[in-house]
Design a protein around this ligand. Structure first.
Ligand code: NAP
Ligand code: HSE
Length: 439
């Protein structure tokens, strides 16, 4: 009981370090996190000084040693690039080990080959972190949206370029400076031309399309244009015309009834695109990504969140590890004889906070007599209870009545309720007409 499952971590860079940080502090996370043990780690330079402390005896510069280690049951590939990443994934599969990878470059090109080999070997290769960073999108496409025919996928799926475009749209930022920042923040690929030339987004739309529409997509045939030649002038012109410019990756299912056998086709593209300001993807800024999926019968559904960086990407990698750990524990220990993630395994006790301690901003609307000093008295009572006011306005009065609107800063429910009890007792206050939360 309480047996741990050993993982072999290939790479201890941005993503690998994020994964190790989660595994090293399981408190407050899904209880299955505590069942993961980092058995071995591979890095390129074992002598490098790192931001994370690791037991040097488990670190090697030979990643194949990690895959072959009998204590490693799940291989987590966070090295990047095509080789040796692809060979390591194939070796793990051949050795009967499931794999979790964040490597979209490999999956976009060799996904079918890898998936066929994994099916043959009876192991899993999970890729949640390969698209959308921390956004759960692979599992929803594979599972939650399984009852739908996917008609269109429109995504902002590269964090680096969205970060650059957002900074450029603010004005004044130099392209190269912002790209340097994105590299420092751990968003960009080892070779950032994959980001700015659109190839990373093309890898990701190839993966999403392969999963949503079936079959393998010829990655090299996706028309791809990045942002490296985009001028600030065009971003500004677009804004003046009521548009935002975003690097979009689009996959559209085209019904073609005229073709023999009614064969359908798929229109794929990656290019900087003008979006009307009220389009749901227009307000996706910074490193955030969003994927808008149009399905039948669901309609439109949007997935939004941080699309790159250590924490978000590690969140997705660990989600995949947990899926495999759950199955392994079930097989080994017959735990509940149910998949712990599908069953209610993660329900646990917690204590509800005292309502008086819950904090938020507040909107108050008071109907009062229209006499001098009312606002001052209300302000005094709020001040006495340490309630700080963001704004207070008196609307036009009529019939000798005034309407006063107060927006407070974030305060506890206890403070606001105590204040209101006193305010409502003021002889000038006729009614507390509205009390709403405010974000
Ligand atoms: P990274 O910071 O450059 O880290 C790469 C790690 O792999 C480093 O620890 C490096 O060792 C190690 N490594 C490289 N070649 C190796 C080799 N031949 N043998 C052993 N170790 C080797 O890259 P990253 O940003 O973490 O990205 C890793 C993967 O995740 C890539 O496929 C990337 O596309 C994907 N991804 C990244 C993000 C993100 O936001 N960064 C998001 C989603 C997916 P040293 O430390 O010794 O150099
Ligand atoms: N370089 C990638 C990006 C990392 O900026 O989106 C996440 O896949």
């Amino acid at each position: 009981m309480n047996q741990k499952i050993g993982i072999g971590l290939l790479g201890l860079g941005t993503v690998g370090t994020g994964v190790a940080n989660i595994i090293n502090s399981p408190e407050g996370r899904n209880p299955l996190v505590a069942r993961i043990k980092i058995a071995r780690i591979a890095v390129r330079d074992a002598k490098k000084i790192r931001s994370i402390k690791v037991d040097p005896s488990i670190v090697t510069s030979d990643p194949f040693e990690v895959v072959n280690d009998p204590n490693v049951e799940i291989v987590v590939e966070a090295i990047g690039g095509i080789e040796p990443a692809k060979s390591l994934i194939m070796l793990a599969i051949k050795s009967g080990k499931s794999v979790v990878t964040a490597n979209k470059a490999v999956v976009a090109r060799y996904g079918k080959e890898i998936s066929d080999a994994a099916n043959k070997a009876g192991v899993y290769v999970l890729i949640e972190a390969a698209v959308g960073g921390g956004i759960p999108i692979i599992e929803p496409i594979k599972q939650s949206l399984g009852g739908n025919r996917i008609k269109k996928i429109t995504g902002i799926i590269n964090g680096t370029t969205n970060y650059i475009l957002s900074e450029m749209a603010k004005g004044g930022a130099k392209y190269q400076d912002v790209l340097n920042d994105a590299q420092k923040l751990g968003y960009a690929e080892a070779d950032p031309s994959a980001d700015v030339d659109g190839d990373d987004a093309a890898d990701k739309i190839a993966i999403l399309s392969g999963l949503a529409y079936g079959g393998s997509i010829d990655r090299e045939c996706i028309p791809t244009k990045g942002i490296s030649k985009l001028e600030s002038k065009d971003i500004n012109c677009a804004r003046e015309l009521g548009y935002e410019v975003k690097l979009l990756a689009v996959a559209e299912y085209i019904e073609n009834k005229k073709r023999e056998n009614h064969l359908h086709s798929l229109a794929l593209r990656v290019e900087p695109t003008l979006l009307p300001k009220d389009h749901p993807l227009s307000s996706v800024n910074g490193v955030n990504n969003a994927i808008l999926i149009e399905g039948d019968p669901i309609g439109e559904v949007m997935f939004y969140g941080p699309g790159a960086g250590a924490g978000p990407t590690a969140s997705a990698v660990v989600a995949d590890i947990l899926n495999i750990v759950g199955i392994k524990l079930m097989q080994k220990e017959g735990e509940n004889s149910l998949d712990p993630l599908l069953s209610g395994f993660s329900w646990r006790n917690c204590i509800l906070a005292n309502t008086r301690e819950i904090s938020q901003k507040n909107y108050l609307r008071l109907i009062t007599e229209d006499t001098p000093g009312v606002i001052g008295k209300i302000g005094n009572i709020l001040g006495k209870h340490q309630v700080s006011i963001e704004s207070i306005v008196q609307l036009d009065s009529n019939n000798a009545k005034a309407e006063i609107i107060v927006i407070t800063h974030k305060v506890s429910k206890g403070q606001i309720n105590d204040s209101l009890q006193e305010i409502e007792n003021m002889k000038e206050v006729l009614k507390l007409a509205a009390q709403l939360g405010c974000l």
